[in-house]
Write a protein that binds this ligand. Structure first.
Ligand code: DAH
Length: 368
């Protein structure tokens, strides 16, 4: 077969193959096969050297034409296949923008922590700072130094968990009063949040619960300041419209002592099942620090005076949010917990603000 015929045959074969190529990859393989350095066209042109010199330009011309035509068809087909492949890819990776996104579950502050933060915020604005103490206490700090000697009837009220060595799981946060006064000199203005333990359980009692203790010691602290501070706190927490009342009471570590009630949050004082028909809710215990307590920490009770108070966080949360059973706080049921995500307090709101929604799992679609 003459070289010209060979070139024509090559062109026909190349055209046939290129037209039926089904992918850019297959097309590229054809380009290499026909036009590549070691391709069929090169093979044919090797025969040129055996031709008469005068015939060479003509064959060269034909070969060039064949090459140009194949290249042109190749380019055309390449454009077509690239478009097809891109369309297919877009179709496969189509994003349905109307589909709901993956919403990330953001944790919310636990209702007890939320209430605790609210309490802390109110007192911090009055200049109180936050102190903590150990859960395992000696008998001395939990009772003795707080003027609750052995065999004192007040010990019965505490349903204490005793450790083998005579230490106790603290029954209240009051021992941190003693620890702080022994470590610092007045003025002292602290609140003490923490876990406390009592061997007691029913719908309103749990063997572990949380208290906040408060202590203010300086020269000339008065009962009027106690009343003002605690009234302010209760109104900030429960609402400015709520009435507050102080009843005489007894605690070994304060003298005089008082229990502080707030007008019932549910019935506004008319009487209901929450306030046991009294119209009032008992919220906290308080009083002027007993001289004996000052003596046990080495303060001179003729020079300093102070007031102290203690309240239960669970009780505050149950009353504020109408929660009927204390065990709900510890069961970690998301249906319960997710109801307490937001708070009026800007501080708490800022800390619990939801983060922008983002996919929880990597999307199937790879965005390049
Ligand atoms: N510690 C008491 C209790 O757990 C609460 C209490 C009452 C604390 C009066 C005080 C206070 O500081 O002055 O029942």
């Amino acid at each position: 077969m003459s070289l010209v015929d060979q070139l024509q045959t090559l062109k026909t074969a190349a055209f046939g193959d290129i037209q039926t190529a089904s992918s850019t990859q297959a097309l590229d393989e054809l380009r290499v096969k026909f036009l590549g350095k070691k391709g069929l066209l090169t093979d044919i042109l090797k025969g040129v050297s055996s031709l008469e010199v005068s015939e060479r330009p003509k064959i060269g011309q034909v070969a060039n034409d064949v090459k140009t035509e194949i290249q042109a068809l190749y380019q055309e087909k390449l454009g077509l296949l690239q478009t097809q492949e891109r369309d297919a890819k877009l179709k496969e990776e189509a994003v349905d923008v109307s589909m709901p996104g993956y919403v990330k579950w953001t944790g919310l502050r636990h209702p007890l922590n939320q209430v605790l933060l609210e309490v802390q915020e109110i007192f911090q604005k009055l200049g109180f700072s936050v102190k903590e103490g150990p859960d395992v206490e000696s008998d001395y700090y939990n009772f003795e130094a707080l003027n609750i000697p052995k065999d004192h009837p007040a010990r019965d009220m505490h349903d204490t968990f005793y450790l083998k060595n005579g230490d106790v799981l603290r029954t209240h946060t009051s021992p941190v009063q003693i620890r702080t006064m022994k470590a610092q000199t007045p003025p002292i203005r602290i609140i003490v949040p923490g876990k406390v333990y009592r061997c007691d359980t029913d719908v309103t009692h749990s063997p572990m619960f949380h208290q906040v203790e408060g202590l203010y010691v300086d020269t000339d602290v008065t009962f009027a300041q106690l009343k003002g501070t605690l009234s302010h706190f209760l109104k900030e927490f429960f609402g400015q419209d709520k009435k507050v009342r102080f009843r005489p009471s007894y605690f070994p570590f304060t003298e005089p002592s008082t229990e502080v009630d707030v007008q019932c949050v549910k019935c506004e004082g008319h009487g209901c099942n929450i306030c046991k028909r009294t119209g009032w809710l008992e919220i906290l215990g308080a009083g002027m620090v007993n001289r004996k307590v000052f003596e046990s920490v080495g303060y001179d009770p003729d020079v300093v005076t102070g007031f102290a108070f203690g309240l239960g966080i669970e009780r505050l949360a149950m009353l504020k949010y109408g929660i009927p059973d204390i065990r709900l706080f510890y069961e970690n049921d998301k249906r319960f917990l997710s109801q307490f995500g937001l708070s009026q307090s800007p501080l708490v709101a800022a800390m619990t603000a939801p983060t922008p929604a983002m996919p929880l799992y990597p999307s199937k679609v790879q965005v390049k």
